[in-house]
Design a protein. Sequence first.
Lengths: 713, 122
Amino acid sequence: MLTLLRRFTLLYLPLALGLSIVLVLLARFDEHTRVAQLASSEARHVGVARERTEKDFESAEGDIRIIVEMDELRQYVDSGDALHRQGMEEFFLLLSRGRQHYSQIRYLDASGQEVIRVDYIDGMPVAVPHDELQNKSQHEYFSDTMQLARNEIYVSPLDLNIEHGLVEIPYRPVIRFATPVFDSAGRRQGVVVLNYIADEMLQHFRLAMQGSESVGGMLLNREGFWLSSPNREDEWGFMLDRPERTFGHAYPEAWRTISKADVGTLRTEQGLFAYATARPLLIDEHAFMGSVVQGVSDGKKQSAAGYHWKVVSFVPQSVISSGAFYHRTSGQILTIAAYLLLALAVFIIVLVVSRHKKAEQALKEMALLPEMAPGPVMRVDRDGTVCLANTASNDLYGMDKVEGMSIFKAIPGLAGEEFAEMFGPDEKIMQVETKLGAAHYFFVLRSEPLRKYVFVYGADISPIKLLEDQVRQAQKMEVVGQLAGGIAHDFNTLLGVILGYSEMLRDGLPEGGVSRQNVDAILQAGKRAKSLVKQLMDFSRLGTSKQEPVQLALLLKETIRLLRHSLPEKLTVQQDIQVNTGEIQANATQIGQVIMNLCMNAAGAMDDGEGLLQVSLKESRVDDRMATVQHVQPGSFLQLSIADNGCGMDSEIMQHLFEPFFTTKGVGKRTGLGLAVVHGIVKGHGGFVFVESEPGKGSSFHVYLPKSRGAKS
Amino acid sequence: MARILIVDDEELFRKMLRQMLELAGHKVTEAADGAEGIEAYRKAPTDLVITDIFMPDKEGISTIQDLKQEFPDAKVIAVTGGGNKRCGYEYLKFAETVGADKTLSKPFERQEILDAIQELLA
């Protein structure tokens, strides 16, 4: 589980990082697109507002031009006739009612004295009585206008109306349009002044900016003071002694661009700005005098193009951000879903990979099974060719690679027809026992479900075979022993009869006669028979045997010394006798006979008596398994080994080795009881004989005799 | 000259031994098993009893035991050809422990039995 979690974390973290990068890029792209759309939309709003603002101005320009071009006015300035004055006043009243956005329409004479004045009060035009008319010669608009040429128009900055030196409450935004009036002789006789109330224009501006995503439209004068602002307190800073209330102060970075550029959009840390420059005056046709800031007049004329306002839309960063990818519900759902899907995908991948790895590991471990098998494991195709084999197979056949070998060569005795049946419709298991060199092998052949191959498993059963042989031999010896014991008594009795009568018969026969010789022959044969029966009795443990503590090492050395003279001279005798091996309970004569029989046998196995005879003695332990097979008690034994490098024996000979009367020496040479007697004597001592032999390589006879209990080494 | 009782189930052996001992000057009687042997001894005690070990009905060991119990002075030579499960040597040793004065393995030579008889009756 921990591994699974670790793998999940290791895979998920980098992928989640990658997903985060993708999502950030996506969010940026989304914001970029959104801001572009917003910029486009805001620019459109700003453009509409700018056009609307400029349009409102056109009527005022037109109106003042009509007034100064009127014959009635020219006639009045030429003549000063009261009738013409009245005519002008009526026209002013008509214009005031018609337009409704001039708070004052005036004519001032060259001294600055108001001559005609119509105020628009509470929706009604009112002609101001003569005695209430004022002199405005000190006012900037008058002095500036008096300097203008024909057709030039003074336009004041948009500011708040001042009455009697104070800002009129409620605020009344106003622009003064003025132009000089010339008499027929071309002399300046006065000025016409229109006080244009900008309320309506500003309302139109605000209306035009509605629907924008911005905080609201802003209208700025050249210095960056708000003429219209969503935050109304910011407006008219220059009139209300609030010099810090400027756009430039609030948005310095944006103002640096907006104040210089004509139109455009701008992105700062504070947000998105769309702006346009409104130029309400018709370019090239008019000019104006005066400053846009009240009270600051340099008295110089400026171009119409210089008279401008900035229409600005501002979308704060917070508004942009609030619409950002991560702030939108859809974006949040998409983000969470993406991470969850990624986690799910990673989990599935990790699970699949983990299972795959486990399966792979299991396969690897499974693959070890045949490789680690001590015996051959092979896969054989239909042709009988080994196509896959483990190392044990290579070792068995002494090849670098068994692959390619024929199975019929690998398993001698395997029948071709039976092998072909392995590929039949039914699953089959076949067992073959065969000899490979000196070793016995047991093979199991098994067809696999698809019938494409046959799997072959082999095991070296040589040790089992050997044990089987020994068990069989021991059983046979037991039977032979019982048989011998059974007849020994009666046989000896009858032999006693023959020998007894022969002796008595011999007494009555003359010495040297043929009959006497014949009876002697009977006696001789009888004695040999007696000897044979005695040997047979020894074999079957029926003979007389007196056992006492014997130092086997000493007995062995002594027997070899005595025997040396009877052995061929060419035979080399090598001794490896451990002297401190302690005592055994034994009949020294019988054990001596065992040593003698084995040595004579070994000598007989050599060609011409030439070879090596090795005699050794050591302590050995017989375990439970060996003890069970050999019918002895497990424990400490002395192992007496007599080995030769003679002709050796095949398994057929070894099967009959201890049987009485079995001999390879030919009839008449030996009794065939030598090894049978060895077997009988050793059995009579509670021991056993273990034989190893290979044709052409020699034989080893290992005699195991139990150590005396409590005997000291 | 001595009186000798031969106890053996094998008639051929009895007859051969009888002839051998009679030729040596002894007076011989026969019995085919232990029970018959003891009965014959009761009727006519002999100087020596030569008995086989392996016999049907009543074998040699119990025969020696019973004889020695009834006639402690009786002289007995036990003979056997060995056989069966246990070795003859052990049976002869066993026979000695139950009272046999001498033991011999079958087949024995004539001189062996005559020497043994002489030794016992000396």
